[in-house]
Write a protein that binds this ligand. Structure first.
Ligand SMILES: N[C@H](CCC[C@H](N)C(=O)O)C(=O)O
Length: 283
C-alpha cells in the first residue's frame, strides 16, 4: 500500500500526518510502528490521522497513535500541527477550527505570528478518570493539591497526578538535567498504580512564570516536548502554589506558553507548529 504523508513537528515533538478525509486509513499496529520507526520507516513520536466528521459544530476528527502502535486520547503538540496541516492542505479556510478526539473536543486557533493556540479543555483530577490508584498512600498536601509518594523500589517519588484527557504524573525536581528522566521515566510510565500507564513529567521551577520541563512519554519514550505534559505540569504547579496563571514552559525542543485560571476554566496552550517535508511510503 502506497501512503502519502506529511512530516511535522511541534517544538521538536514529531509526527507523521496522514489524510483520511478522502479515503479511510486503517493500519495495523505494526504498520503504525513502521511509520514511527526512525530506521526502517519515516520516524516520529506519534502518527496523526485527519478524518472528516458529521458531528454538528465540529470540523474534523483527530486520531493519535503512539509510535508503539497504540491509539491514545490526546496529543497537544499534534493538535497545533493539525490545524497547520488542514489549512496548508486546503481542507479548510478557517483560522479557528474544532476537532474531536477519542474523549474531547478541542478548539484550535492560528495566531497572526504563526503560532497556534489550543483550548485544551478543563484538567481532570478524579483518580478514577486519570486513572491512578492511590490506595494505601498518604499524600503530602501542598497548596490546594496533593503529591503522592509512589514507590520506585528502594525510594519514593512525590507525584502530582492529573489528566488532560491522557494521564500525567508530574514530579517537581531541582534539576531536570540530573539524569532522573532516564532513570525514573520508564519506571513511572509502567508503574502498577497507573492502570493505563502514564506520561512522566519532570518540572524544574525557575520562577512563578517560567519552568523547564522534560517528559518521558507513555508509549514513546522521552520526547523533545509534550503539549499535554506542559499543560499538566503547569496545572499541577499552579495547584501546588508554585506558579502563576500564565507560564512559559521551556522544553528541549522549544517554548510553549500555558495559561490556566484554575477551577473549571480551560487550559490554553500556545506554541509552534512546523511542516518539515512531504513524501510517499510503501507499506
Ligand atoms: N504519549 C502520549 C500521547 C502524545 C502526547 C504528547 N505528544 C503531547 O504533545 O501531548 C500518551 O500516551 O498519552
Amino acid at each position: 500500500m502506497r501512503l502519502h504523508f506529511t512530516k511535522m513537528h511541534g517544538a521538536g515533538n514529531d509526527f507523521v500526518v496522514l489524510d483520511a478525509t478522502r479515503a479511510p486509513v486503517e493500519l495495523t499496529p505494526e504498520q503504525y510502528r513502521r511509520l514511527g520507526d526512525r530506521r526502517f520507516g519515516i520516524g516520529a513520536d506519534q502518527i496523526l490521522i485527519v478524518e472528516k466528521t458529521d458531528t454538528p459544530g465540529v470540523d474534523f476528527r483527530y486520531r493519535i497513535f503512539n509510535n508503539t502502535g497504540d491509539e491514545v486520547e490526546h496529543c497537544g503538540n499534534g493538535a497545533r500541527c493539525f490545524v497547520r496541516y488542514v489549512r496548508s492542505h486546503g481542507l479548510t479556510d478557517k483560522d479557528q477550527i474544532r476537532v474531536e478526539t477519542m474523549n474531547n473536543v478541542l478548539e484550535l486557533k492560528l495566531q497572526p505570528d504563526g503560532r497556534v493556540t489550543v483550548d485544551m479543555n478543563t484538567p481532570i483530577f478524579s483518580h478514577e478518570k486519570i486513572p491512578f490508584d492511590g490506595a494505601g498512600l498518604t499524600p503530602r498536601r501542598m497548596g490546594d493539591f496533593e503529591q503522592w509518594p509512589v514507590s520506585l523500589g528502594d525510594y519514593d517519588v512525590d507525584l502530582a497526578v492529573v489528566s488532560m484527557g491522557n494521564p500525567h504524573a508530574v514530579q517537581v525536581v531541582v534539576d531536570v538535567d540530573s539524569g532522573v528522566v532516564a532513570s525514573q521515566g520508564p519506571m513511572i510510565e509502567a508503574h502498577s498504580r497507573f492502570p493505563r500507564k502514564v506520561n512522566a513529567g519532570f518540572m524544574q521551577v525557575l520562577s512563578r512564570t517560567h519552568i523547564k520541563l522534560r517528559v518521558h512519554e507513555r508509549g514513546a519514550g522521552e520526547t523533545l516536548a509534550c503539549g499535554t505534559g506542559a499543560c499538566a505540569a503547569v496545572v499541577a504547579g499552579i495547584r501546588l502554589g508554585l506558579l502563576d496563571s500564565r507560564v512559559d514552559v521551556d522544553t528541549r525542543g522549544g517554548r510553549l506558553t500555558i495559561e490556566w485560571q484554575g477551577g473549571d476554566s480551560h487550559v490554553l496552550m500556545t506554541g509552534p507548529a512546523q511542516t518539515v517535508f512531504e513524501g510517499d511510503i510503501e507499506l
